[in-house]
Design a protein around this ligand. Structure first.
Ligand SMILES: *[C@@H]1O[C@H](CO)[C@@H](O)[C@H](O)[C@H]1NC(C)=O
Ligand SMILES: *[C@@H]1O[C@H](CO)[C@@H](O)[C@H](O)[C@H]1NC(C)=O
Ligand SMILES: *[C@@H]1O[C@H](CO)[C@@H](O)[C@H](O)[C@H]1NC(C)=O
Length: 891
């Protein structure tokens, strides 16, 4: 018999469906209820430790057994993950590590491997989730793997460091949480610990389900704080601000009973304080993003006895008007408040605490947390069905790629599944044909309410064909061909097949009482449809292309005109409409620097330019802007990025620079996808950049102070020659008019000379400091602020090694053995002298240039076989690159 139908629904559906959904709800209810019980049993069991806090799940990945550490029960990860292998980290470092970090679980197989957490409190509660990674050379390959971490179906973080953690406050929409490691072909993913803590839902807002923790700092603290000092096990890192007064009290802070923040007493007992009530506490942080929304939680407690005096604060985030608030502090009472806002165009987030009107005392701050809002509402499989698929996976013991969410991300959806095209996907079909399956058809399939096709043909499945298949309302295709089923096919299925609502194939099951074949074929029609579609799409494209070609020729002619004007005439001003033309309507963004976005443009086929659109925040009058821009267009040096034109219209101000195809130095140092720069290249870049800066300092009159010297402002051309960009921009821009900000430094935290916090003045020597930081980055490959369990400034990190004579420990491992040791020693010494605390002891840029050239010569002498560095790049200064005016103001 053949049961082949055309897929129409058979009559009588309505009542049947109603009944069926009731049944399904009942099933669901039972399953959910049972899984809750199971979760309670598995993770709530506290036979080992009765007093581990409730709402905590603590997993030591790669551990063989459970143990107590610091009042917390850490469990082996056996029950939370199906794949991967345990490995100890290198014994060399293992000794000094916390037990959680002594071993890792690594995942040599599969693109996606996942942990499944089932917190007792279930969905729509807020949890702190923390994943820690300590590479520790566990694979003895000495190469830190890079991989992606997912929370549910949302990219959480790219783990590209060898020691640190990622933490997020997450409000899941499902009762279980998957944490997945994605292999991105850059090494085998690994993980050290996974921790979940249930938080009070009222304190942190998670508008798009997640806040990623960026910083949590205890000002004036001495060491890290976490559980049991912090009942939520938040980790507080100490922040010491030498230049500010810090205050300490021994009195304990009275925790209001209803203060859900539960900020640790130890954290609140230390604070930073301005000495002068007319000064503000200001904090800068480079976020690397100018679009994300950041949530800052400020924590205060008055720790000085104020007799008849009041401390009132004005808290201001980002300088945006809607992000300020006032507060008055009471003695030894905690006060927490939060503000949210976006960073400025340069990606800097800044907050200030100042004395509010009527305050008798300067501002104070005890600690703060910065979170980035992250949209974690990505599409995922309907939770019940995802659970059902976990059941199918478990029953068939499939390995395949069945990890994490079944449908998302779509390129990693489980093989053999098709999913509905919506943000909460249903499973539409399962095809496990020829998959060597044994056993029975798993009952969890009953929960796939939308499934239309189930193909289990060519396996070794046994048992009866289950009745519940009858209750899948949308099932149109059921293929059980070539298995070892026994008994008989349920009558209702046969009836549906006969009625034409189900294509049923049950042949080649020797012990099953029906045998069938199935010839229906859609392919011919599909081919026709596809050809028609292709034609329908292609025709307009051809017409469109012709039109575009004509337009482009017109545009090229116009562009040539602009080029003539910019490169040959004295008037370097262009109109905004012309900017749009050469940038193809701001089509390609190539960067996001200080003061605005940068776009790619072409003048003609040959000349490429970078166009910096200045953000509206420039408050300077048009005349001043024009005057400054005109001056900058005539500052020329081969190590400065040339300004070749500008646009000055009311709302639209722009600067046009020569294009630097190799991007910025920071990228070359930190992006593992770029080829590592050799020591020789780095030295040459240092010499180039130093010469550029020296020219600004002593070749120009009056001297130009860069104020924002950093590796992302050093650009590389096609021959890897380095040029400094963004100089003079602080002159183009007016200072902030707010008085309390005007005394405070601009620039990037990490590069800014620490003394500026005191003086508020930028000098040539503060540029030298920033350049010293650049030199440290060049030799170590590290960023200015090294992130990790503790954030540490590169100079503070490197100094102890240098003082002990262990320079090898800070040299960038990507340099391998190319770093010639004498020159490295001299280089590091120079970097150190540039960053000396007393400005007078720092060299000036001419000294820096000549010392760097000596370093370069040391390398050349040692390696006579090296391709000779073109000597003119060292000896000869060319003041002239574009245009006829050679020097802004000759020495
Ligand atoms: C506080 O700062 C203001 C402005 O910088 C200054 O005029 C004043 O003298 C300072 N007061 C004290 C006590 O240092
Ligand atoms: C299932 O997959 C097999 C081979 O991968 C294919 O031959 C078969 O047509 C598929 N079944 C369905 C229902 O798409
Ligand atoms: C069922 O599976 C068998 C074996 O994979 C295949 O030959 C047959 O065409 C399938 N039937 C249908 C209706 O897809």
């Amino acid at each position: 018999m053949d049961y082949v139908g055309n897929g129409h629904k058979f009559p009588s559906t309505k009542i049947c469906l109603l009944f069926k959904s009731c049944f399904i709800f009942f099933c669901l209810f039972t399953i959910l209820f049972n899984s809750k019980l199971a979760a309670g049993y598995a993770y709530g069991a506290r036979n080992l430790a009765s007093d581990t806090p409730s709402g905590f799940i603590s997993i030591d990945c790669g551990a063989n057994e459970d143990y107590m550490d610091n009042g917390i029960l850490y469990k082996s990860d056996r029950d939370f993950v199906d794949t991967g292998i345990n490995q100890p980290v290198s014994p060399n470092i293992s000794r000094n590590l916390r037990p959680q970090l002594k071993n890792v679980r690594s995942f040599p197989e599969g693109r996606r491997n996942c942990y499944v957490l089932k917190p007792e409190n279930g969905k729509d509660n807020t949890y702190l989730i923390r994943a820690s990674f300590l590479y520790g050379n566990y694979d003895r390959k000495n190469t830190t793997p890079i991989f992606d971490l997912y929370l549910g179906s949302n990219l959480w973080w790219t783990v590209d460091w060898d020691n640190g953690y990622v933490e997020t406050l997450y409000t899941p929409s499902t009762d279980y949480i998957t944490v997945c490691l994605f292999n991105t072909s850059k090494g085998v993913p690994y993980i050290s610990t996974l921790e979940l803590r249930h938080l009070d839902n009222t304190i942190y807002r998670t508008p798009a389900r997640a806040l990623v923790t960026m910083q949590r700092l205890d000002i004036g603290g001495r060491s890290n704080l976490r559980y049991p000092a912090d009942v939520y096990d938040r980790i507080w890192n100490p922040l010491n601000v030498d230049t500010l007064n810090s205050s300490v009290t021994n009195s304990s802070i009275s925790q209001g009973n209803n203060d859900a923040y539960k900020i640790p007493d130890t954290m609140l007992r230390t604070a930073a304080k301005e000495q002068n009530a007319s000064c503000s506490l200001i904090y800068f942080w480079e976020t690397q993003s100018s679009s994300a929304q950041f949530y800052v939680y400020f924590h205060f407690a008055e720790i000085e006895k104020l007799v008849g005096k009041k401390r009132r604060l004005k808290v201001d985030l980002t300088g945006q008007r809607n992000a300020t608030t006032n507060a008055t502090l009471d003695y030894l009472k905690p006060l927490s408040l939060s503000l949210n806002g976006t960073p400025d165009n340069a990606g800097q987030l800044q907050f200030s605490i100042s004395a509010a009107e009527g305050s008798d005392l300067p501002p104070l701050l005890n600690g703060f947390e910065i979170y980035a809002a992250k949209d974690m509402r990505n599409a995922s499989t309907v939770p019940v069905e995802a659970d059902a698929m976990m059941g199918v996976k478990g029953a068939f013991k499939l390995i395949r790629n069945w990890e994490g969410d079944p449908c998302f991300p779509s390129e990693l959806s489980w093989s053999g599944l098709t999913c509905s095209n919506s943000s909460a996907s249903n499973i539409l079909s399962i095809n496990l044909s020829s998959s060597n399956l044994t056993g029975k058809i798993p009952a969890s399939i009953a929960n796939l309410r939308e499934i239309t096709s189930l193909d289990l043909s060519n396996n070794e499945l046994t048992g009866e064909v289950p009745e519940f298949l009858v209750n899948l309302p949308n099932l149109r295709n059921l293929n059980l061909t070539s298995n070892k089923f026994t008994g008989s096919v349920p009558k209702a299925l046969l009836q549906r097949a006969e009625a034409g609502s189900l294509i049923l194939s049950v042949g080649e099951n020797p012990d099953l009482c029906t045998s069938l074949k199935c010839p229906y074929n859609l392919k011919k029609y599909l081919a026709l449809i596809i050809i028609a579609c292709i034609l329908a799409v292609l025709l307009p494209i051809v017409v469109f292309a012709l039109v575009i070609y004509k337009r482009r020729r017109q545009r090229e002619n116009l562009k040539r005109e602009i080029e003539e004007r910019l490169l040959k005439s004295k008037n370097r001003q262009v109109r905004y409409s012309e900017i749009l033309l050469i940038s193809d309507n701001l089509k390609t963004t190539i960067g996001e620097g200080g003061f605005g976005k940068v776009y790619y443009g072409t003048l003609s086929d040959k000349t490429q330019v970078a166009i910096k659109l200045l953000s509206a925040s420039s408050r300077q009058g048009s005349n001043e802007f024009k005057a400054e821009a005109q001056i900058l267009t005539i500052v020329h040096h081969r190590n400065l990025v040339s300004l070749i034109g500008y646009c000055d219209e009311a709302e639209n101000k722009a600067l046009i620079y020569e294009f630097m195809p190799n991007g910025n130095l920071r990228k070359h140092l930190s992006d593992p996808n770029t080829k590592a720069l050799s020591w020789m290249e780095r030295l040459q870049i240092a010499v180039d950049a130093a010469q550029g800066l020296e020219y600004l300092h002593s070749g120009c009159k009056p001297p130009i102070i860069h104020r924002d010297m950093k590796t992302s402002n050093i650009l590389l051309n096609e021959r890897m020659q380095a040029k400094i960009s963004d100089f003079g921009l602080s002159r183009v821009f007016a200072n902030e008019s707010d008085t309390h900000l005007s005394t405070c430094p601009a620039g990037t935290f990490g590069y800014v000379d620490p003394l500026i916090h005191l003086s508020g003045n930028f000098t040539k020597k503060s540029d030298v400091y920033s350049f010293g930081v650049v030199l440290f980055e060049l030799v170590t490959g590290q960023p200015a602020i090294i992130k990790g369990e503790y954030n540490i400034h590169i100079v503070d990190w490197a100094k102890p090694f240098i003082e002990e004579g262990n320079i090898q420990n800070i040299v960038d491992p990507r340099l391998e053995d190319t770093a010639e040791s004498c020159s490295v020693g001299k280089f590091v010494e120079l970097a150190l002298s540039c960053t000396l605390p007393t400005t007078a002891e720092r060299p000036d840029m001419s000294d820096v240039v000549s010392q760097l050239i000596e370093c370069l010569k040391m390398v050349q002498d040692k390696m006579p076989n090296m391709p000779q560095i073109t000597s003119h790049r060292i000896e000869e200064f060319s003041y002239n690159s574009i245009g006829s005016e050679s020097v802004f103001s000759p020495r």
